[in-house]
Design a protein around this ligand. Structure first.
Ligand code: SF4
Length: 81
């Protein structure tokens, strides 16, 4: 499972931070930060989701009010949102 985070879309509501600890607060920027991610495109950050964090990652994606977090399965199929 893979997560893609759109930094530009994020409006800093920080619901994701409460769901998955890979998302951290950057209060100064008013944005979440996705730990251990790689910037694959401008303001797009991607990382693998460990097996034991799959539920947390899905909750983080579901709770984001602006759909800045997208979850893909191992076949590249979009699961959430
Ligand atoms: S829930 Fe969405 S808008 Fe809120 S900090 Fe996380 S990514 Fe940003």
């Amino acid at each position: 499972m893979r997560v893609e985070y759109d930094y530009d879309t994020c409006i800093g509501m920080f619901q994701c931070v409460a769901e998955w600890d890979a998302f951290e607060r950057d209060e100064d920027a008013g944005k979440a930060v996705l730990a251990d991610s790689e910037e694959t495109d401008e303001d797009v950050f991607v990382r693998e989701v460990p097996d034991d964090a799959e539920l947390d990652a899905k909750f983080a994606a579901r709770t984001c009010p602006v759909d800045a977090i997208t979850i893909y399965d191992d076949d590249g199929e979009q699961l959430i949102p």
